[in-house]
Design a protein around this ligand. Structure first.
Ligand code: SF4
Length: 158
C-alpha cells in the first residue's frame, strides 16, 4: 500500500515516473507480463475513486486537518498546468511538516477545488485511509493513463 512516508519522501514520485515511462514504452494495451501485473497491483492499492465536488467537500468537512499543496505528479512535469491537491488528516500533517503543503481551512480547500472545476476529482487511499483529493490532469495522471492501457482502476464513489 502507498504510505504517508512515500509521499513525504521521493518514493511516490519515483514510482509514478517509472510507471509513466513504462506506459510510454508500451504501445496499446499492456502485455500480460510480470511488470504489468506489478503496476496494476500498485495502482489498485490506492483504490482511487472519482468524486463529485459535493462528495469531495463532505470528505474535507469530515477531516480533522486539511492541507493544500501542489499535486504530487506535477514535480515530474513542472511545465504542466498547476493544480492543487487537498490532503487530509495524517497525510495533511505529514505534508505540512515536510514543507510540501500548507495548512488550510475548509473554505481554502473549497476555493481551491472551485478553481479546478474542469478537472476530475480523485480521492486516493494512503496508509489505509482516503487522504488525498487531487484535481487530476488526465494527460499526466497515472490513473487515467492506466485506464487507457486497459487497467480499469477508476470507479465512481457511491
Ligand atoms: S494527477 Fe493523478 S497521478 Fe497526478 S497527483 Fe493527481 S491523482 Fe496522482
Amino acid at each position: 500500500m502507498a504510505t504517508i512516508e512515500e509521499y513525504t519522501g521521493d518514493n511516490i514520485l519515483i514510482s509514478i515516473r517509472k510507471t509513466l515511462l513504462y506506459f510510454n514504452t508500451e504501445t496499446g494495451q499492456l502485455p500480460d507480463n510480470e511488470q504489468s501485473l506489478h503496476i496494476r497491483k500498485k495502482i489498485e492499492e490506492f483504490e482511487p475513486l472519482l468524486l463529485t465536488l459535493d462528495q469531495a467537500l463532505v470528505c474535507i468537512e469530515n477531516a480533522d486537518v486539511i492541507a493544500l499543496g501542489e499535486r504530487v505528479c506535477r514535480n515530474i512535469n513542472p511545465e504542466s498546468v498547476y493544480t492543487e491537491s487537498v490532503f487530509l488528516d495524517d497525510l495533511a500533517l505529514a505534508m505540512i511538516a515536510s514543507g510540501k503543503a500548507q495548512r488550510a481551512t475548509f473554505d481554502d480547500a473549497m476555493k481551491s477545488l472551485d478553481k479546478h472545476t474542469c478537472r476530475p476529482l480523485i480521492i486516493s487511499r494512503v496508509s489505509g485511509r482516503y487522504q488525498e483529493i487531487c484535481a487530476s490532469v488526465p494527460s499526466e495522471c497515472v490513473y487515467w493513463r492506466a485506464e487507457k492501457k486497459g487497467i480499469n482502476c477508476l470507479k465512481h464513489k457511491a
